[in-house]
Ligand binder design. Structure first.
Ligand SMILES: Nc1nc2c([nH]c(=O)n2[C@@H]2O[C@H](COP(=O)(O)OP(=O)(O)OP(=O)(O)O)[C@@H](O)[C@H]2O)c(=O)[nH]1
Ligand SMILES: [Mg+2]
Length: 132
C-alpha cells in the first residue's frame, strides 16, 4: 500500500558553530531521539510559514531569515517523511524548550555522536559541509 509522504519543515538553528537540538518526547514517532526542531507543514501553509510557526511554538524563536540546506526523503516503514531543512542563523528570542522538552546547544563536531532518527544522517553531513 502506498503511504502519503509527510512534509516536514526542519530548522537547523545555529550560533557560533553550535547547533540547537531538542529531544523528541518518548510518545512521539522516533521518540527519545534528538532532533532539529520543526514539524509538519499544514494545509495552506508554505514551508517557510511552517518553519516560522513550528520554531516559535517549540523553541520560542522568530527567524529573521533562513537558507535552504537539504531536502531528505526517508521511509521509516511505518511512516514516510520529507524533511525540508533550512539553516537559521539570524533569529530573535532565546532558543529554549518551550514545550518542556530537553534541549542542548551542541558543537558541529559533536553531531556524529548524537542519537538522531535515521533520516538525519544526510542532514548532519550537509550541516558539517556548510558549517565548521
Ligand atoms: N522535527 C523533526 N522531525 C524529524 C526529524 N527527523 C525525522 O525523521 N523527523 C520526523 O518528521 C516527522 C514530523 O515531525 P514532528 O513530529 O516534529 O511534527 P510536529 O511537530 O508537527 O508534531 P506533532 O505531530 O507531534 O504535532 C516525524 O515523523 C519525525 O520522526 C528532525 O530532525 N526534526
Ligand atoms: Mg515537531
Amino acid at each position: 500500500m502506498s503511504q502519503t509522504i509527510v512534509h516536514v519543515a526542519v530548522g537547523v538553528i545555529t550560533r557560533e558553530n553550535k547547533i540547537f537540538l531538542a529531544k523528541r518526547n518518548a510518545k512521539q514517532h522516533q521518540g527519545g531521539k534528538w532532533e532539529f526542531p520543526g514539524g509538519k507543514v499544514e494545509a495552506g501553509e508554505t514551508v517557510l510559514e511552517a518553519l516560522q510557526r513550528e520554531l516559535n511554538e517549540e523553541c520560542g524563536i522568530n527567524p529573521n531569515s533562513s537558507q535552504e540546506l537539504i531536502v531528505v526523503e526517508h521511509d521509516y516503514g511505518d511512516k514516510k517523511v520529507k524533511l525540508d531543512t533550512h539553516i537559521i542563523q539570524d533569529f530573535d528570542g532565546e532558543a529554549h524548550g518551550k514545550e518542556g522538552q530537553e534541549v542542548a546547544w551542541v558543537e558541529v563536531t559533536e553531531l556524529d555522536n548524537i542519537d538522531f532518527p535515521a533520516a538525519n544522517i544526510a542532514i548532519v553531513d550537509a550541516v558539517k559541509a556548510k558549517i565548521s
